[in-house]
Design a protein around this ligand. Sequence first.
Ligand code: GDP
Length: 433
Amino acid sequence: QPVLAVVGRPNVGKSTLVNRILGRREAVVQDVSGVTRDRVAYDALWNGRRFTLLDTGGWEPGAKGMQAAISAQAETAMATADVILLVVDGQVGATAVDEAVARTLRRSDRPVILAATKVDDMRAEGELSALWRLGLGEPHPVSGLHGRGSGDLLDLVLEAMPESPRDDGLLLEGGPRRVALVGKPNVGKSSLLNQLTGESRSVVDPTAGTTTDPVDSLVEIDGETWKIVDTAGLRRKVGQASGTEYYASLRTKAAIEAAEITVLLLDASEPISEQDLRVASQVADAGRALVLAMNKWDLVDEDRRDAMVRELERALVRFPWVERINISAKTGRAVRKLAPAMRTALENWDRRVPTGQLNQWLADIVAATPPPVRGGKQPKILYATQAQNRPPTFVLFTSGFLEAGYRRFLERKLRETFPLTGTPVQINVRVRE
Ligand code: GDP
């Protein structure tokens, strides 16, 4: 369902407005599980339409770094919401912080609606017109006290809300987790699929597919049902017909994007190819979880195995976060290790690091190893927030540019502290002027 995010400084009457939206109108109030306390999601109902109300709270009034924290709210809202509601205090008017947030929100491709609270009397209405300069269109007055205007405001919000939520099916869809099984022709994809489905009672049940829609199969692995996407591509060996290289790679890309996790099969009896590395990068760039399966391990001589592992590690330096399993789809060796690795990767892909823990971690790291000085200035890192999961996406607010080397260092340290094996992570830096 569509998501409405509510953003605003403390004490502007945001909570009162949220409660009014949820409470008075007998909206269905229900905590959505899996959401950390620094942003609370509620199921809301208005005029027969359901939506998720995301209250991006989570910081103490008067706490240090208020400006950065509220920008973080805005980033979160922009990353997750279909419509954003910015709440300002109609009696106070636009503060510098409000202006900074508005500046951020103006970059959003989502509709932003401006609400001015505490407009209880004529005097406050005079302030309203001044709010136009936030550049977010007409300010809509509401009174928490009298409840005036909140119904009209919600009508507006619903009007701005798309019929169907933003195209983040991955975030919203439940059901079995979706896996893409990819690798070059003859690497053993079909063999692995047979091995997996043969060992367990498979519930292979192709969902309807057309020539343009890949066919997905439900497969029980290790007691859990998974959806393997594009099994037609595996079974009919589409990629192996002549002249279909291009088609096959497009098909691989589509499978990766349709899935939450990719199991990339590599042939352990050959050196890793450029093509293999490209596919691994594709998975990371698409922001999907990844597990590497070194197939045909039975073909690697016992006394070559150690050297083989070292070689692999060299070839895969760019993917230190990916779990690697040496399997044989032919003999069944270690195939049972695949499902646990997939589970771990997805758990980490889903991970949300609480803001408090994240900032504690950041303070420790920065104290021990501050960012390198640039142009005679030491950039300060003010605040961090996780804007999104699937994959975990972090935003750092800084006073200056952070070098790529230092960003990589932060990612490495982040992975040492929080379990993130199997998932790419993204660290975005926002420099405040
Ligand atoms: P696909 O094109 O990726 O689906 O590959 P297939 O599953 O059809 O396998 C291609 C060939 O490799 C077949 O002859 C398989 O028997 C063989 N093969 C697959 N996995 C293994 C393995 O782990 N060890 C060995 N020795 N051969 C394998």
